[in-house]
Design a protein around this ligand. Sequence first.
Ligand SMILES: [Zn+2]
Length: 251
Amino acid sequence: MFKRAAVLVVGCGALLAGCGNDGLQAEQEEIISNLIEAGHPADDIQVVDGAVYVGRDAQVNLEASQEMLQTGEGSAEHYRTTNLVGTSIKRICINPTAQFNSYSRLSQGLDMAIANYNVLALRFTLARGPTTGCNANITATTTTGTGISSGYPSGGLPYGQIVIGTGFQNFSVDLNEHVITHVLGHAFGLRHTDFFNTAGCGSGEGSGGVGGILIPGTPTVDPNSLMNSCYSTSATGEFSQYDIIALNYLY
Ligand SMILES: [Zn+2]
């Protein structure tokens, strides 16, 4: 309880606009309450610009937090949330903004990230928009610096937005491929693989015992996982063998 209150105070200190709004604050409180009940450690939860995040880069809206209250036991393997993309979704279109497209390495990284998923022949395919025949859409937009963010699915739909910092233009195309594939993984319901072991990254996800559902066939530690919270600037942008097992299991 104390930790939860502390989270809210920090959130409001950083967000003057949201703190005067009772409706928004009540919604934030419910999201945080649901996340804690679902097993997320309090220090894994942040409020930034009125939005609630877990693991630093995955936004959780009210509906997603309610869906997370369905059961989930954790262990130290690849993780998914309780929230997944529904079986009716066959074609997910990723629609970059004009600003996103103007950064050549972000743009190339998006094509490579889409290819990473499509080569696995999952039950949905990804297409770069604008295009037609989409069952679901994700906007690819930008922020400053090297921030990245996304969110978890809700209502059977992938999260509707990924955000990539334009600072990644200064890094390799492979690193752009890596971070875009990573945030898409969240949008499809993957948690951080190193959920229980993020001390080196300072992400504060903690060592709580629940909050993720283990994916059978994946190991305790996978230093090559694209879904680790930490990444190196020399990242290859390719899935690890266990990432592929996890995705094939889910989809
Ligand atoms: Zn992440």
